[in-house]
Design a protein around this ligand. Structure first.
Ligand code: PKZ
Ligand code: NDP
Length: 492
């Protein structure tokens, strides 16, 4: 039985989206588990006034690379950044760089995408669907290509309740849509987007469904596999338990709940919270790359990378574990004591939004104004409500994903690889994982030190005393009004 880590040694790999949350974990794991990998080309665009080189230098300083930095101090020499923009013709790669890629690359991992739910359709199409098509065109010309791995999402087909490891008919004919957005005015596209999306909840899942179909249509002789992760969370074990650097998915919600800002969430306690740790997704992706290249399956394999069917976990349990962790390990400078509740009742949610979100935010902003500072809480609350509105589609329903290919792949790994590329989610202990996720959000997302926990607890005690004082004052005022009314009624 050949080995996954040995396979990548000596290979040249191309990764898109390497600067993103999952891309970084992929680059790190690849370089650490296969230190003899020949080169890792990464497609990077200049962004926010930073050149490609500056961005890569900053990326490599990131904590996520601490382990590989220790194991192989020269790991950065293997990383070859290529200037690219996936929304541009020919990916905006220079002729010289293109030549290098065409003659050298053995395996492609395509992670780049816009994951925003509110992305305008035109941009989501240009990046997620057309970008994938352009990358496929490039891959078709690669002389030594052995496998092409595309990262999709388990929610690409969220209009279905049971999702098998197959490509479903697309929501629309991709090429017709490409033509349409090419000549239609941006504002008209915005206007007709809800009609085009149909049952799809957002432009992200819609364009991910289109790109899966495009791949199936245009794969030609390429050896391709598609990975469909569900809600990707902090790492389980690698490179560090709880590592996370993105506010997407559940992470931003955890932080908002931990800070005491978020108090009510529309979710179904009994619905499955299909979360998957990022290192599990990356281990499966690397294993699938090896399997696709070495075993060359006759049909393109789709791997649903989910937990619900194997080791189900529910939103109600998540609420308990998140709250219990943040009560024991509070975040610094919390707005209020963490106390978030899930409800599937729209009216109850609206009530708590008014009482527990808006009222305290208005009072706090008033206090800020009175003390000559800039009010900001209402702005945060409004952004939070926008996020919650976009996320509730996923927190109120359950889906059944089959995971036969994930199981099949596990059976193909030798004993050593089963440990090195562990994606057996049956071993995942949810309460421990969520605790480590919340602590990871505290450490890696918010850069808070664990030594600050006693001060954070002290701050929560102060908040509790303010609440007691506020409630007592309110009671006294109500009591005084009541007494005043009662005595005036008696006088008359
Ligand atoms: C108690 C437990 C309950 C559990 C309760 C259930 C929850 C139920 C979750 C379902 C989860 C489904 C997930 C589907 C699984 C996929 O397959 S989807 C893949 C993941 N994609 C996503 O999650 C994208 C969702 N996000 C979005 O679409 C956009 O962020 C939103 C929601 C439209 C918000 O957009 P926006 O208001 O423009 O804000 P955005 O640009 O995102 O952020 C602005 C800045 O604030 C930062 N920020 C964002 N959030 C925060 C925060 N909370 N704190 C501090 N800073 C923050 C950002 O990092 C960003 O910083 P810069 O990059 O500018 O430096
Ligand atoms: N996170 C999640 O919960 C899930 C993610 N996925 C999928 O996993 C993949 C990775 O997601 P994740 O890491 O979370 O996303 P991130 O948003 O963290 O990363 C996206 C990556 O794509 C790159 N990118 C975006 N636009 C362009 C462009 N125009 N040209 C070149 N590169 C571009 C970004 O580069 P830059 O740094 O320049 O912006 C970044 O490296 C995506 O395909 C996503 O659909 C699937 C299921 C769930």
């Amino acid at each position: 039985m050949s080995s996954v880590s040995a396979y990548y040694n000596g290979k040249t790999v191309l990764i898109t989206g390497a600067t993103g949350f999952m891309g970084k974990v992929l680059v790190e794991k690849l370089l650490r588990s296969s230190p003899e990998v020949k080169a890792v080309y990464i497609l990077v665009r200049p962004k926010a006034g930073q050149s490609m080189q500056e961005r890569v230098a900053n990326m490599l300083k990131c904590k996520v690379f601490d382990r590989v930095r220790e194991d192989c101090p020269n790991f950065h020499e293997k990383i070859k950044p290529i200037n690219a923009e996936l929304t541009q013709p020919k990916l905006a790669i220079s002729a010289e760089d293109e030549e290098e890629l065409l003659t050298r690359v053995n395996i492609v991992f395509h992670c780049a995408a816009t994951v925003r739910f509110d992305e305008p359709l035109k941009h989501a199409l240009q990046l997620n669907a057309m970008g994938t098509q352009r990358l496929l065109e490039l891959a078709q010309q690669m002389q030594k290509l052995e496998a092409f791995i595309h990262i999709s999402t388990a929610y690409a087909n969220c209009v279905r309740k049971c999702i098998d490891e197959i490509i479903y008919p697309p929501p629309a004919e991709p090429k017709k849509l490409f033509d349409l957005v090419e000549w239609l005015d941006e504002s008209i596209i915005q206007d007709i987007t809800p009609k085009l999306l149909g049952d799809w909840p957002n432009t992200y899942t819609y364009t991910k469904a289109l790109s899966e179909y495009l791949i199936q249509q245009e794969k030609g002789n390429l050896n391709i596999a598609i990975i469909r992760p569900s809600i990707v969370g902090a790492s389980w074990h690698e490179p560090f338990p709880g590592w996370i650097d993105s506010f997407n998915g559940t992470s931003g919600i955890f932080v908002a709940a931990g800070k005491g800002i978020l108090r009510t969430v529309i979710a179904n306690n009994e619905a499955v919270a299909d979360m998957i740790p990022v290192d599990v997704v990356i281990n499966l992706t690397l294993a699938a790359g090896w399997y696709t290249a070495v075993h060359r399956p006759k049909n393109m394999l789709v791997y649903n990378c989910t937990t619900g069917g194997i080791n189900p976990f529910f939103w109600g349990e998540m609420e308990q574990y998140v709250m219990s962790t943040f009560k024991r390990n509070p975040l610094e400078q919390a707005f209020r004591t963490p106390n978030a509740h899930l409800t599937s009742n729209y009216l109850i949610n609206q009530y708590w939004i008014t009482v527990s979100h808006k009222a305290p935010a208005i009072l706090y902003d008033l206090y800020m104004r009175l003390t000559g500072r800039k009010p900001r809480m209402m702005k945060i609350i409004n952004r939070l409500h926008k996020s919650m509105m976009l996320l509730q589609y996923f927190s109120t329903q359950s889906w059944d994903w089959s995971s036969d290919n994930m199981n099949m792949l596990m059976g193909q790994l030798n004993t050593e690889d089963k440990k090195l590329y562990n994606f057996d989610v049956r071993q995942l202990h949810w309460s421990e994982y969520i605790e480590s996720y919340c602590l990871g959000a505290k450490k890696y997302l918010l850069n808070e030190d664990m030594s600050g926990i006693p001060a954070a607890k002290q701050h929560l005690r102060k908040l509790r005393n303010i609440r007691y004082a506020f409630n007592t004052t309110l009671l006294v005022i109500i009591w005084r009004i009541f007494i005043a009314r009662a005595s005036s009624t008696l006088r008359h």
